[in-house]
Design a protein around this ligand. Structure first.
Ligand code: DGL
Length: 270
């Protein structure tokens, strides 16, 4: 009965926390590829190879459904995985679509043609690989017309968070927000398009000002997963045990995760 949650490192814990709160009866197996983080500076083939290996590990742990709680993997690898790699009895879902459905005021899974929406100027903060992929703009264009997206590649933020250097992460966030505001002075909404960034959400909000609505993925993904599992309950796999797996150093990753989630988290080797 397990569902897999994958990220390149610690960022997916923001999603894990929300899905555990929303679906307390479901055992989740979390896998952080901390040995290979950050993904955001890698090329698409590299991200694909790492993401398929990690997803296979979660299938092996009894998960039939895996959520890529990583925008970089969702942007650079998910479509190719779904088209040619995922076995027919498994599912792999990303974190883009729930966010875009919220931004465009759609119900989960509403596939009607694109239409005009209230929000017009959107700031997107994401890793260099996610920005380069233009996956966010592509998914948005399926659902909305007339939305101007200005993207800011936030180099260094994931590394700083993974290193536990929150002072550096904060300084980098402020400078990336400044750079974005020079290109788009008055965004109505801002998307935190990397699952590490909710750990810095207050800093983004303060730098953007109170008039900008900041969207982050954790609760949106949790709601859409709950809806998905209501429609497809058999997608909960055979595994019964919740677990935290890492390709990195389990003691070090456990300490960082405990610091971020403010409860004791114990990782084991993947
Ligand atoms: N949390 C990942 C994301 O959502 C970070 C990617 C990285 O490792 O650079 O994009």
């Amino acid at each position: 009965m397990a569902v897999g949650i994958f990220d390149s490192g610690l960022g997916g814990l923001t999603v894990l926390d929300a899905v555990v709160r929303r679906l307390p009866e479901v055992p989740f197996v979390y896998l952080g590829d901390n040995a290979h983080t950050p993904y955001g500076v890698r090329d698409a083939q590299d991200v694909y190879d790492l993401t398929t290996a990690a997803t296979q590990r979660l299938f092996d742990a009894g998960c039939d459904l895996v959520i890529l709680a990583c925008n970089t993997a969702s942007a650079a690898a998910l479509r190719r995985m779904q088209e040619s790699w995922v076995p027919s009895d498994k599912r792999v879902l990303g974190v883009f679509v729930p966010l875009i459905e919220a931004l465009t005021e759609r119900r989960w899974g509403d596939n009607s043609p694109p239409r005009e929406v209230a929000v017009k100027d959107v700031a997107l903060f994401a890793t260099p690989a996610t920005v380069r992929s233009r996956a966010f703009q592509r998914e948005l264009a399926f659902r909305a017309i007339g939305v101007d997206v200005e993207a800011q590649a936030c180099g260094g933020v994931v590394d700083a968070i993974e290193d536990g250097d929150l002072i550096l992460a904060e300084a980098l966030v402020r400078s990336h927000v400044d750079a974005l505001l020079r290109k788009m002075p008055e965004p109505q909404a801002a998307i935190l398009g990397c699952t590490h960034y909710p750990l810095m959400q207050d800093v983004f909000q303060a730098a953007l000002g109170p008039d900008v609505q900041v969207y982050s993925q954790a609760d949106l993904v949790a709601e859409s997963l709950a809806d998905y599992l209501t429609r497809y309950p058999h997608r909960i796999g055979a595994g019964h045990e919740a677990a935290f797996l890492t390709t990195g150093n389990p003691a070090r990753v456990s300490d960082k995760a405990t610091q971020f989630l403010k409860r004791r988290i114990t990782f084991q080797s993947a």
